[in-house]
Design a protein. Structure first.
Length: 318
């Protein structure tokens, strides 16, 4: 395994936003691009490479094929179709399950033994698909989960409170979607509970719900204005990759596997805070949720399991 070798499957807006942020930040030794569109992939290789003279460090960038996965430390999957107007999440899940299944088989046929990060949507379901098809240890298959949602939350809270987002410690949990939630009892500004900050400054508590609604609506608003979202998730994926490469033991809200009854759930990938290092998910952080929050998490899990049962499990087994 080559340390610092990353393979990106999918050279669309999301994948290339991640690649561009890696080029600017550094810390990657080799970046291999894979996509069904070979010409576009070669063009992306050339375009990125022309920025290397101004990059913070040397990096090898090349268009490749699945054989490159064999000695990669991390493979990031961003490939898949975007949700079309009028298309249900179940329909999207069916289409992307077939695509992601094939991609995963191609990755594993190379002899890959590293960590897979999944960003294809619906991400919690696609992470489950990759895990089932790959057969890797569960800690080595990670979804981007609510890493982006959490960044959006911290940005909006920081903007509201006029405090650096670096000092906002709050998380979005659950499905990467409309059924997500914020465990406000575990949200802090510096070392002070957000609820105490709101009370001391006589801010309306309902503003917290408005901030969460802003997170949920963000993707819809961006898509309405510019057709797609990609910079934020590109940065979020880069953050996740760096946590693994640098063996950070960083806490990130990734889509990870619940198997021991954590949060009263099992056999499901869902967005929860987890410690990320060179081995993938080191451990989950199990927060005490109130009744309403637990019901929201249960609802997220129920929706995902129903979608799995309706079609995804059948496609995986085909």
């Amino acid at each position: 395994m080559k340390e610092g070798k990353i393979v990106l499957v999918g050279t669309g807006f999301v994948g290339m936003s991640m690649a561009y942020s890696m080029l600017n930040r550094g810390g990657i030794n080799e970046l291999v691009l894979i996509d069904i569109d070979k010409e576009k992939t070669k063009g992306e290789e050339m375009d990125l490479s022309h920025g290397l003279p101004y990059a913070p460090q040397k990096m090898m960038i090349k268009a490749g094929d699945y054989s490159e996965c064999k000695d990669a430390q991390i493979v990031v999957i961003t490939a898949g179709i975007a949700q079309k107007p009028g298309q249900t999440r179940l329909e999207l899940a069916k289409s992307n399950t077939k695509i992601v299944k094939q991609i995963t088989q191609n990755i594993m046929n190379s002899g890959f033994e590293g960590i897979i990060i999944v960003a294809s949507n619906p991400v919690d379901l696609m992470t489950y698909v990759v895990s089932e098809v790959a057969g890797l240890p569960k800690n080595k298959v990670i979804g981007s989960g609510t890493v982006l949602d959490t960044a959006r939350l911290r940005f909006l809270m920081a903007d509201y409170l006029k405090i650096s987002s670096k000092n906002i410690h709050a998380y979005i949990m659950g499905e990467h979607g409309d059924s997500s939630f914020v465990p406000w009892e575990h949200a802090y500004v510096g070392c002070k509970r957000i609820k105490d900050v709101m009370k001391d400054n006589q801010y309306p508590m309902e503003d917290l719900n408005r901030i969460h609604r802003g997170v949920v609506d963000a993707a819809y608003e961006i898509i309405q204005k510019k057709k797609a979202t990609y910079y934020g998730i590109g940065m979020a994926l880069n953050r996740l990759v760096r946590a693994i490469l640098d063996n950070e033991n960083a806490i990130l809200t990734v889509s990870t596997y619940l198997e021991k009854g954590q949060y009263g759930q099992q056999d499901i990938y869902i967005g929860v805070p987890a410690v990320i290092n060179k081995n993938g998910v080191r451990e989950l952080l199990e927060l005490d949720l109130n009744k309403e929050e637990q019901e929201k998490l249960n609802n997220s899990c129920k929706l995902l399991k129903e979608m799995r049962k309706k079609s995804i499990d059948k496609i995986i087994k085909e």
